[in-house]
Ligand binder design. Sequence first.
Ligand code: SF4
Ligand code: SF4
Length: 116
Amino acid sequence: MLDSRMIAPPFDCQACGACCSYSPTWPRFSTEAEADLDRIPEKFVAADLSGMRCDGARCSALVGRVGSATSCAIYALRPQVCRACVPGGDDCLMARRAFGLDDTAVTPQGNAVCEA
Ligand code: SF4
Ligand code: SF4
């Protein structure tokens, strides 16, 4: 029987952050409840309230250096699109390629989540 603890995720999001730096139109709001959006600090929200505020292509809530060590300053409050980006999935691989990071992941894990 496989021990799930032995199955490594395809990538370490906390050594990546590529999807958080890929496009200013990516971390947009969609199906979030108004109450949840209200909990995101205003400094991280775009002026038109359409999504996360970005500096260039980089989400303002991303902390650290892409491809090295990163984290999300609002991880528990992050938008749905961020939760839907699965390590090893198509969006993930596209973002990683844009930063010249390894994109040779195999099948994503069923319970994988972005942990940047
Ligand atoms: S989901 Fe993929 S692109 Fe996003 S931080 Fe994780 S490994 Fe990087
Ligand atoms: S996971 Fe966090 S840092 Fe990354 S795009 Fe979403 S809100 Fe921004």
